[in-house]
Design a protein around this ligand. Sequence first.
Ligand SMILES: Cc1cc2nc3c(=O)[nH]c(=O)nc-3n(C[C@H](O)[C@H](O)[C@H](O)COP(=O)(O)O)c2cc1C
Length: 257
Amino acid sequence: MMEKTVLINCSPKQKLSVSGFLMKCAGVLIRGKKEYFHLRTPADYPAILQALKGAGKVVFVTPLYVDSIPSHMLPFMQEMEELCRGNGLRLKVYVIANNGFIEGKQNEPLMQVMENFCARSGLTWCGGIGIGGGVMLNVERIMITVMFGLMLLNVLLSAVQGGDVLDAVLSFGKSLLGLVILACGIIAFGIRLAVHINRGTDAGKKYTRIMLPSFVFIAFADIFFIIVSVLQGGIFRGWLSRFQPDAGCSIITENGK
Ligand SMILES: Cc1cc2nc3c(=O)[nH]c(=O)nc-3n(C[C@H](O)[C@H](O)[C@H](O)COP(=O)(O)O)c2cc1C
């Protein structure tokens, strides 16, 4: 009988997280019984810890935060360590990490944190993949949805007006192929990782990225952040803003004042 696999989306985002998307993709490729969880707050711990008791493998799908794991994962990992040591659980641990910068290798410190966590908790570290430019996966899936909708509309209009329906489908196919090529490293390493998870073997650490030249990625990222900055606070916020970030904060000293 195949061991149960627990997949944990560790992004603090409620929706539209890259980790959530990657977790669903991994779930399609992983065979056997699977359970999916979202780790955001301590209220999520009991269900996940309970599921881990009956599992053979766990896949952490996480964003990179400040070159490491997001801080909300730490208290959970402390509880998981206690559970695993106390019950002699020997889970196999895999990690799928994604980060904002273009190089997937940026995830190396995160992988080391997870490897150390396994050593301390008596778990089996089985490696994983680090994905650079992860945010582009969100852009890609939004584009695919929009393009698919436009294709359907085109097909409908062509059918009504007696045009060539195949043209609309072919043009969608070409755009889709372009997006698949951009993600080909992620797809290849993702499939490779899934094969290892299914066999329960060590996958090692592999790093990949979205296949955009860095200078193109950086130009897009700059434009994106300027737009977000203008929409969310106005350009040059911080320089020209009257709001002082520490105006509402107080410092608590050792004697409580
Ligand atoms: C607080 C914070 C810290 C981050 N630190 C890094 C970092 O050190 N290196 C990096 O490449 N990306 C960093 N990022 C970008 C995220 O890793 C990136 O946006 C990722 O795709 C988010 O994944 P998610 O949608 O699954 O949460 C950071 C993002 C946030 C919000």
